[in-house]
Design a protein around this ligand. Structure first.
Ligand code: AMP
Length: 279
């Protein structure tokens, strides 16, 4: 596997991969790779001839009081996992390559970025949309794969790609979960043993709410119960638990398909997100 850190070498390497009309799939990540990321890599292998993974901890998507400095980084371990998966190329630029002095352009996906995590993390999705657009232009993949774990992010990237006429296909991959139902996340590494045990209350509450809503329960009641159950289970606070139209992300006060439960909650110093199809 080639590890590349500058754009000119990247362009040459991707051109070489594409020779003979071969297709390239990109899996963007921030590293600290786990089975969730690897499930995206495996999907990429199924749908394209070559897989490019990017690892870039993107400073512009972290707020001033967030965990940019503390975010787990272990490129050597990540690279070893990607070699085992048969990845052709690891794109791992430094911050100065991604954002050279004077970098002053950004992308805002206004409609989809305001609510949910966008409300709790101002500027976060502008940072995500901008870096993903740059990754698309840098790698020029035929396909890019994102996890459904970050449902709002996936919707925003689909809209950005459509609005800006990016000529690639975007695929969503199902959420990879631990045996007890907790969605895999690099941030799970922050949890103490006691917090990790308690964290299962989060997916359990969403599962119960989805079942209640499909069974005809009042949506507001089901969401309030889920919030209460998450706190009762040991979380310190709930940022939001919402029922949303799965595509437009508009909040739903009554159940209609396609619907998705979207949620974020805090336990100790860790903020976790999750989501679930309803119906
Ligand atoms: P991150 O490194 O957290 O930015 O994630 C990189 C990509 O992996 C994103 O598209 C995430 O949605 C995806 N991802 C992270 N965790 C999971 C998971 N548990 N299941 C599926 N996809 C995931």
């Amino acid at each position: 596997m080639q590890i590349i850190r500058d754009i000119a070498t990247l362009h040459r390497a991707v051109d070489a991969l594409k020779q003979g009309r071969k297709s390239v799939a990109l899996v963007p990540t921030m590293g600290a790779l786990h089975e969730g990321h690897l499930s995206l890599v495996r999907m990429a292998k199924r749908v394209a001839d070559h897989v490019v993974v990017s690892i870039f901890v993107n400073p512009t998507q972290f707020g001033p009081n967030e965990d940019y400095a503390a975010y787990p980084r272990d490129e050597a371990k990540d690279a070893a996992l990607l070699v085992e998966e048969g990845v052709a190329l690891l794109w791992a630029p430094d911050v100065g390559v991604m954002y050279p002095a004077g970098h002053s352009t950004h992308i805002e996906v206004a409609e989809l970025g305001a609510d949910y995590c966008g409300a709790a993390r101002p500027g976060h999705f502008d940072g995500v949309a901008t870096v993903v657009a740059k990754l698309f232009n840098q790698v020029r993949p035929d396909i890019a794969i994102f996890g459904e774990k970050d449902w709002q992010q996936l919707a925003i990237i689909r809209r950005m790609a459509r609005d800006l006429d990016f000529a690639l296909d975007i695929l969503g991959a199902p959420i990879a979960r631990d045996k007890d139902g907790l969605a895999l996340s690099s941030r799970n590494a922050y949890l103490s043993a006691a917090e990790r045990k308690a964290a299962t209350a989060f997916p359990n509450a969403l599962k119960a709410a989805a079942k209640a809503i499909v069974g005809g329960a009042d949506v507001a009641d089901a969401l309030a119960k889920a919030e209460a159950d998450i706190v009762k289970g040991g979380f310190d606070s709930v940022d939001y638990v919402a029922l949303a139209d799965a595509d437009s992300l508009e909040r739903l006060t009554e159940f209609s398909e396609p619907a998705r439960l979207l949620a974020a909650a805090r336990i100790g110093k860790t903020r976790l997100i999750d989501n679930l199809a309803v119906g």
